[in-house]
Design a protein around this ligand. Sequence first.
Ligand code: 5AD
Ligand code: SF4
Length: 438
Amino acid sequence: MNVYDSDRMSDVLAPLGYAPTDLPEGADMVILNTCHIREKASEKVFSELGRLRQLKERARDQQGRQMTIAVAGCVAQAEGAEITRRAPWVDIVVGPQTYHRLPELVSQIDPMARNRVIDTDFPEEVKFDFLPGEHAPRGPAAFLSVQEGCDKFCAFCVVPYTRGAEFSRPVATVVEEARRLVAGGTRELTLLGQNVNAYHGEAKDGKSWTLGRLIRELADIEGLDRLRYTTSHPLDMDDELISAHGDVPQLMPYLHLPIQSGSNHVLAAMNRRHTSDVYLAVIDKLRAVRPDIAMSGDFIVGFPGETDRDFAETLQLVNQVGYASAYSFKYSPRPGTPAASSDDQVAEEVKAERLESLQQLLNAQQFAFNKATEGQVVDILVERAGGRAGQMAGRSPYMQAVNFVGDESQIGQIVPCKLSAARQNSMTGEIVAIKGAA
Ligand code: 5AD
Ligand code: SF4
């Protein structure tokens, strides 16, 4: 979502004459869009700010130029005061719900007065209503935020505090944005939300629509060939959404569905409000309607009170599911969350060991998944130049990164591609024939 938000920030700043640049050197303004989910992400902000301070001083001393430094995102939201204390060279602190006000905030900066502006409100107004259209096309595969915030309050998670309460954008504004993106050349949309499948946006018929219903509506947009959504909570996988996986061809056969732990004891302590059986039943239902669906997930190891036996249950669950990919993290105590003050914290070495063995298993599953797709011919949406000269890159329906010999004229086309060789994190492919004019 930060990628999406960053693009929207550049939309809102474009009328002021700002345009994105690749490097901070020479920039008039640098915005760090930050993540607070784990301590590591958060701490990176301060080291990055140290580097930016030098750039700012050099711009001023050697070029007589002002460089505005802004911190946006969830670290700004949660640690605004700490940022201005530890990094007084920061000019603007702006939270995830107020970045539509950036033009106003920028105008309040006075380099002579060396003032600072902080806006970390949860405002009455909805930022989406104030954001202009896309200043630049988003490319073949783009993000679209449909839902923000979370009311679930998992015991480890800062999201309900930093992103605020659950909010769903009305159907009409989502459809309008999707149409605009497609008119600009986008063919694949990933619908975003911290709890995206809890979507319940207001529709013209006066009802609130589920994500499944919204997906069906978006699938009617001519030229929108692929849909994905992330991230979901198992309890919100309702039947309408599950059935969409069976009968909406645009909905890609890949789902990121975090469970965090395979132990019911840990799940309860995490306040996840479901058991591992509930999660496995959801996957069974998904596989019944879409047998080839590729599963992805998130795992936390070393949550307070997690025993060796609990952890063994996580490994067992992973074995039962068989993931195509997954993310796993050491539990990171976050300020203000209930689990952070538990006196049952797991030792760092134990977390490290568990993470290592979980990742070994997940990596093996990912490679096995890739290997099993070898020889298949699948549609690839060509997104960009690949890692090596003469190569292009895109994603398979299963979200695998695929590299193949091609040229830039193919960007934005959907091409049938034979997955010829599996690697750990990607596939090598060969285009078998170009489908009519894409
Ligand atoms: N420590 C470790 N991992 C966390 N996540 C969220 N909060 C924490 C935390 N305090 C992970 C979860 C979530 C993903 C986005 O980040 O696995 O699904
Ligand atoms: Fe955080 Fe997701 Fe739990 Fe919400 S459902 S509190 S975003 S982990």
